[in-house]
Design a protein around this ligand. Structure first.
Ligand code: ADP
Ligand code: ZN
Ligand code: ZN
Length: 820
């Protein structure tokens, strides 16, 4: 009797699936192996979680359905090592996420297989064909159906989708026949052939060049020179570009025997250029102490979690590099997580320069083929250092010694779709499971992490001084109310900021201006009725984008023309409120027509190239003023910035979210840290309407410890993390009554949980009450005991299944990063 295996498939269902292992694959299918299996009418790639002994009936679903066979194994080596299988199960359990969805984010992209559809005629189809043949006159659709059925019948084998689509009306006919059960569809997967490219080489023994046309002679001569003298054999594509000749010319040279052309597997181009030498720094005393400490943890061979709290510009990056070095020296591998895709390349470059070829980059912005390649370099042990974003926490490194999480407080570590894991927290758990060191680092640690460091759960390392004892930037708060009283202008750029910017331009140093919103105006408001113009799908005001002269929804992408009159009351007095980055850039250009000004936000940095171009120009001093959103606040090490202006610093403070003050404080401190990093002193101007707010005051003083104390006090009073475990549960549906009914049912189920130590707030309309046409109601669950919270949530999910509330209608977020 064949063995059975339990497979996780990338479908949003809370179950795994059981398949039979055919004898031919018996030894090859082990836990962690990716397998190709039939699922409904589809071919899917999943991962084997477990092998069940032959005849065992414990496998889920084993008795309920007729079992199907595993069709094929995808890779010669199991993709996931045992450690990652365990970690995946932990993630699914802790975040109450579907197992299949969880393993989907852990596996490499499936670039090895190509899935296509095939169509096959059946009995009912043959009958239909007879019927069609016997008709005297046929409509257009009947003609199409008949052609398709005949095509299937002739070869007596399945017809590929591509062929079917060539028939006029073929696709529609296939859909109709399938609906009526007269044709069967199935998916088949084929292995993709390895990509090859043409290589061209010059033949030294070739005859003389023989062409009359002078222009062609010049081209031939360039080709000869490049191939024979300068470069040697080259890929065809590259040669065409270098020599600026046509393909026809190369073909002719090949026919004449002047060049030889052959196919070669695609050379794998490295993501990183090699020629980059980072400065080799002598460690400061503080840095040395931190590195020694981490080395000691590594030597203990046990799990240690550490928090590296180092002010901005204290040289944390150098500590990471030395810690990675120490890890490699002990024969173990290392992982460096950074919060943004934009920072991976920079960090990987540093690592590559120190540690050579064995560095891989993993992030979701890579094309599938590249990501798969990097992933397998790690899995095969070719790369032992991984630099990446959130999902790289699942990199298939073995013998892992060190996981570093840079800027550990960043909300980008939290995945805002299923599975809603936090990469930082998973890093700590992974370190714990694999006996490794987790090093969280920041100038503004999250309240949770600093609290853990103070209570001894994490070990604390501090870097209190900037490198070379450079002074911290001086921060000045600009009271916008006062500015208005004096200037009677309510602009984004206060008189103080304007004059400081002018001074920088005169002195020839650089400035950075941060604003929290992209677009031109935050929203359009009607002066007559006071309504703002909302998205059709969301309860969100539309943002005006001047470049394309449209109103845009930042949540669902909906866009519309700017209405001439208010859609509610018809009044013509629609005006725009609140400036975004686009408008700020425009104002600066008006104020300083001579200055070189650039903008960096999601609209201007749509591609990696654009992003790097803008940043590169700024880093090289070719831009005087850079306007940007949060994107510019993080991590970057600009040496010549002497002024940072923060426009509307307080915009986040009004958000109904318990982390609003923390986020504001972090952002201001981070951005202040961008000033005065080189030898030039830096100054920061923070514009606000609430100069008294403690988050703004303490950020201006760059006083993290005081902020921590104050904020922790509030968290304790309000029973928020780190004093209680928190989860948010959102019920959503396009039908309002339906959403309300389900919310009531869930509310009634959760009510008694209070007695078991789980406080339940809600249901209430969510802060974003409607998104993408769905109405949203929110519950907040809090408990001082995590196990109690987890138990309540698990019971609630089971209740939803029992009551037929669909999985997709319930969004569960354990340890939410944001309550919006
Ligand atoms: P952080 O991440 O803590 O804000 P960085 O790691 O970016 O700080 O370091 C700030 C600057 O100091 C960088 O330009 C870095 O190259 C430089 N630096 C770091 N360590 C040293 C050192 N030991 N000697 C001289 N310069 C250093
Ligand atoms: Zn109106
Ligand atoms: Zn919308």
């Amino acid at each position: 009797m064949a063995a059975l295996c339990e497979v996780a498939l990338p479908v949003p269902l809370r179950t795994t699936f059981t398949y039979r292992v055919p004898d031919a694959l018996d030894e090859l299918v082990v836990p962690g192996t990716r397998v190709l299996v039939p699922f409904r009418h589809r071919a899917m790639i999943g991962v084997v979680l477990r092998i069940c002994a032959p005849g065992a009936s414990t496998a889920p679903g084993a008795t309920a359905f007729e079992l199907k066979d595993v069709a094929e194994i995808v890779d010669p080596l199991p993709a996931l090592p045992q450690g990652l299988l365990d970690l995946g199960r932990w993630v699914a359990e802790y975040y109450l996420a579907p197992v299949g969805d969880t393993f989907r984010v852990m596996l490499p992209p499936s670039v090895e297989m190509r899935v296509s559809r095939e169509w096959q005629i059946n009995e009912a189809g043959r009958a239909r064909l007879q019927e069609l043949r016997s008709l005297t006159g046929r409509s257009e659709t009947e003609v199409a159906e008949m052609a398709l059925l005949e095509l299937c019948e002739v070869g007596a084998k399945p017809v590929a989708g591509a062929l079917m689509r060539k028939l006029p009306g073929g696709e529609a006919a296939a859909a109709r026949l399938r609906r009526r059960g007269q044709i069967a569809v199935q998916e088949v997967a084929k292995r993709r052939a390895a990509r090859t490219q043409k290589i061209v080489a010059w033949r030294q023994d070739a005859a003389e060049l023989s062409t009359r046309a002078a222009s062609a002679r010049a081209g031939q001569e360039r080709v000869r020179q490049i191939l024979a003298e300068e470069r040697g054999p080259l890929p065809l594509v590259q040669l065409l570009k270098l020599a600026a000749v046509s393909r026809a010319l190369i073909d002719r040279l090949a026919r004449q025997g002047n060049v030889q052309v052959w196919e070669e597997p695609m050379a794998e181009e490295s993501l990183l250029e090699a020629d980059f030498t980072p400065p080799s720094n002598v460690l400061s005393e503080e840095q040395q102490r931190a590195v020694d400490e981490i080395a000691g943890w590594l030597d203990s061979q046990k799990f240690v979690a550490g928090l590296l709290y180092g002010v901005t510009g204290s040289g944390k990056t150098e500590v990471y590099l030395r810690a990675v070095e120490a890890t490699l020296a002990r024969g173990r591998s290392a992982l460096l997580l950074v919060p943004e895709i934009g920072l991976t390349l920079w960090a990987a470059r540093l690592c590559r320069a120190r540690f050579g070829e064995g560095v891989a980059i993993l992030h979701s912005g890579l094309p599938d083929a590249e990501r798969a390649r990097e992933w397998w370099r790690v899995r095969n042990g070719e790369a032992r250092v991984v630099v990446g974003t959130r999902s790289a926490v699942f990199a298939p490194l073995e013998n892992l010694g060190l996981l570093i999480v840079d800027e550990e407080q960043e909300s980008s570590y939290k995945q805002e779709e299923t599975p809603r894991y936090n990469g930082r927290d998973v890093a700590v758990v992974r370190a714990q499971k694999e006996g490794a060191v987790a090093l969280l680092a920041s100038a503004t640690p999250s309240l949770e992490s600093f609290h853990h460091a103070r209570t001894g759960k994490y070990k604390l390392l501090r870097l209190d001084a900037r490198i070379e004892n450079r002074p911290m930037a001086r921060v000045e708060i600009v009271d916008l109310r006062e500015d208005f009283r004096q200037t009677h202008r309510a602009g984004q750029i206060s008189e103080r900021l304007r004059s400081e910017l002018a001074a920088r331009l005169a002195a020839g140093t650089q400035s950075l201006v941060l604003i929290n919103r992209r677009g031109y105006s935050w929203f359009a408001l009607c002066r007559s009725c006071g309504a703002s113009i909302l998205c059709e799908n969301c309860s969100i005001a539309l943002t005006y984008h001047k470049r394309n002269d449209r109103l845009l929804c930042h949540y669902c992408g909906f866009s519309r023309r700017v209405p001439k009159a208010c859609p509610k009351c018809g009044s013509e007095y629609v005006y725009f409120v609140g400036a975004g980055s686009e408008q700020l850039e425009e104002r600066l250009r008006e104020l300083f027509p001579q200055a070189r000004i650039a903008r960096l936000d999601r609209d201007t940095a749509r591609s990696k190239r654009a992003f790097e171009q803008v940043l590169g120009a700024f880093a090289e001093g070719r831009t005087d003023i850079l306007v940007g959103t949060q994107m510019v606040a993080k991590g970057h090490d600009f040496q010549r910035v002497t002024l940072v202006g923060v426009v509307s610093a307080d915009a986040q403070l009004g958000f109904p979210d318990f982390r609003a003050a923390e986020r504001t404080f972090q952002l201001l401190t981070q951005v202040a840290g961008r000033a005065g990093r080189g030898t030039l002193a830096g100054e920061v101007l923070v514009e606000t309407h609430y100069p008294e707010h403690y988050a703004i005051q303490l950020a201006a003083q760059q006083d993290y410890p005081s902020f921590f104390e104050k904020e922790l006090h509030f968290r304790r009073l309000m029973h928020y993390p780190p004093f209680s475990a928190l989860a948010s549960l959102l019920v959503r549906d396009t039908n309002l009554e339906q959403a309300i009914r389900w919310s009531r049912q869930i509310g009634a189920f959760l009510q008694p949980m209070d007695a078991r130590g789980v406080k339940v707030l809600g249901p209430a309309a969510a802060p974003l009450a409607r998104i993408r046409r769905e109405y949203r109601f929110q519950f907040l669950l809090k408990s001082p005991r995590r196990s109690a919270l987890h138990g309540a949530l698990a019971a609630c999910m089971a209740f939803c299944t029992e009551k037929g509330i669909p999985d997709r209608a319930v969004l569960l977020d354990v340890d939410p990063a944001s309550l919006l």
